[in-house]
Design a binder for this molecule. Structure first.
Ligand code: GLY
Length: 570
């Protein structure tokens, strides 16, 4: 209880920790948005508002989540999607039951293990990230429909109406959206169906201009009317396959018709009195997050302080061990046997802890995966939803890279993912996130590529405490970890917790990444002396979370300031 009090009201302590201890400029701690009944926190104002309108109309958290996801497909097209895939974690307040909807993309039936290698066995540049061969069979329409049909209370036409309207009538382009289009304009111009939508006379849309997507509106209307059948077996399926034929892609009508979203059990663990629910394989996110928390539980992170050399070294040494395991063991559970219970056990963490040396960085090439005992059967986007009954949804979905493969299905107006890059194209060689994968994540027909998406729910004394997640490719897991630690160990409110500077290590490459201008010269010097190779990044992640005040039940929303995030509640 003492800890909870610190979390909710510990603004002063946290502001000292963040702003005097570690960063360059002192300023007021950011405040979360407060609400009594329900809340949606996403990377886009329009999408958060649509979700909250659905809640106000009596929809539950799943109705709001599905409406938000379809809206992001219109208003945040770099990652919001119907041509990608993701994971939706749902928990009911009354029964405590939780499920994970796995709507991850999968490899087309004609995909081959070495499809991204040339005759010398070398990786063909860009083949898994750009254009037609990079595209996995999309899962989003199937996943959103499954979630709504099983767990929602509204119909597809009801929850999709706002997205259809925004696609049809358009919305005002914001500065960040315009900047994003500008960044991708050159690459869009290589794909006529894509530049026809995202460029106006060959130029990116400017802030304040209205961006309309009539083809996408028609596609969404078809899905609303006919359900996902329109996408997987009907007119949209035919348009996707025509697009594949035009560009040399692999997806067939059979691939689309056989796609299914699955209901899975979330992975569960605990950390210092909090229960954690998160995404199971084919995401590595939940397993890796629980492994990290198990390793860190042994240490007094609170007294080490936020982003001090001590706390950074500890997190980073734990991260190297966990990402080494990720590379060895994780993949699609329909294809590989994953020792999930072994990896997330406290006993395994005890063994792995022996490898951690806090006084000096252990070089990554001296680290390898462990042997858990039990075998058993940078543009993504996350939003968090809580409804008036305390039901919660954590949804992370993606096209993988910004605007995915950059291929728009002509006539259907939506982008297709480049998720095939999340497979390991050549075991032992890095993908676009620098992640190394092993045999467990090698390409096979209809296999789902390993993800890092980590939609996560925390409980305290059996009650909802936090809903959290983030985009960020390989940095997703460590970003979710840091937000959780910021709240539980460093006494931050949820807004501070998502805004606070982040660091990241993923075993290979052997770099300690930190956000630009967030660590003092002294801290950087100490880390260098400890043997870390430091690399600056503009930013890491875009986390959106909701915290429930255990005493009053009030909701506190934290939207990441790194992009365009907005928390809306009522
Ligand atoms: N495409 C990023 C991930 O699934 O981890």
């Amino acid at each position: 209880m003492q800890r909870t009090k610190t979390i909710i009201s510990g603004l002063i302590i946290a502001s000292l920790v963040i702003f005097i201890g570690n960063t360059i400029t002192p300023q007021e701690p950011p405040q979360p948005v407060q609400a009594t009944h329900g809340m949606v926190v996403s990377t886009n104002r329009l999408a958060s508002e649509v979700g909250v309108e659905i809640l106000k109309k009596g929809g539950n958290a799943v109705d709001a989540a599905v409406a938000t996801a379809f809206t992001l497909a219109v208003t945040h097209p770099s990652a919001g999607n119907i041509g990608g895939g993701g994971f939706m974690l749902i928990r009911w307040a009354d029964t405590g039951k939780a499920v994970l909807v796995d709507y991850r993309e999968e490899a087309p039936g004609r995909a081959e293990r070495d499809m991204y290698l040339d005759e010398k066995g070398e990786i063909i540049p860009d083949a898994s990230t750009l254009g037609y061969l990079a595209i996995g069979v999309p899962g989003t329409p199937a996943g959103l429909d499954l979630a709504l049909e099983r767990y929602g209370t509204m119909s597809l036409p009801q929850v999709m109406a706002p997205a259809i309207k925004l696609a049809e009538e358009g919305f005002e382009v914001t500065q960040p959206f315009s900047r994003s289009l500008e960044g991708y304009a050159k690459i869009f111009s290589r794909f006529p169906s894509t530049s026809a939508i995202f460029l106006k006379n060959g130029k990116p849309y400017q802030p304040g201009e209205v961006f309309r997507q009539p083809d996408l509106a028609r596609t969404l209307r078809l899905i609303a009317k006919e359900g996902p059948t329109a996408f997987y077996k009907g007119e949209i399926a035919r348009l996707i396959v025509q697009e594949m034929e035009r560009g040399g892609g692999l997806i067939t009508l059979e691939d689309l018709a056989s796609y299914q979203a699955y209901i899975r059990e979330p992975v569960r663990g605990n950390y210092r009195g909090y229960e954690i629910l998160s995404a199971p394989p084919p995401s590595s996110g939940g397993v890796a997050l629980l492994q990290l928390l198990n390793l860190l539980e042994e240490f007094d992170l609170s007294s080490m302080g936020h982003n001090t050399p001590e706390s950074i070294s500890l997190m980073v040494e734990a991260e190297k061990l966990v990402y080494a395991d990720r590379a060895e063991y994780l993949g699609d559970p329909r294809f590989v046997q994953i020792p999930v219970q072994g990896l997330i056990s406290k006993r395994y963490a005890e063994d792995r802890l022996k490898k951690i040396n806090l006084s000096h960085a252990t070089p990554s090439n001296q680290i390898t995966h462990g042997i858990p005992t039990l075998y058993e059967s940078e543009e993504t986007t996350h939003f968090s939803v809580v409804d008036s009954k305390g039901n919660a949804v954590a949804n992370t979905y993606t096209l993988n890279g910004g605007y995915g493969s950059k291929v728009v299905v002509e006539g259907a107006g939506f982008l297709l993912n480049n998720e095939m890059d999340d497979f390991s194209s050549k075991p032992g060689f890095p993908n676009m996130y620098g992640l190394i994968g092993g045999e467990a994540n090698a390409i096979a027909p209809h296999k789902r590529m390993l993800s890092s998406m980590t939609p996560t729910i925390l409980l305290k004394d059996g009650k909802l405490f936090m809903v959290i997640g983030t985009p960020g490719g390989s940095t997703i897991i460590t970003t979710v970890l840091q937000v959780i630690l910021n709240v539980i160990q460093h006494g931050m409110n949820i807004q501070q917790a998502v805004a606070a500077p982040r660091v990241h290590h993923q075993w290979t490459p052997d770099f300690l990444y930190y956000e630009r201008d967030t660590l003092s010269g002294e801290i950087l010097k100490t880390l260098l002396q400890r043997g870390y190779q430091l690399k600056e990044r503009r930013s890491i992640g875009d986390a959106h979370g909701i915290l429930v005040d255990p005493k009053t039940g009030k909701l506190w929303g934290g939207a990441d300031p790194r992009m365009d995030g907005v928390a809306v509640g009522y």
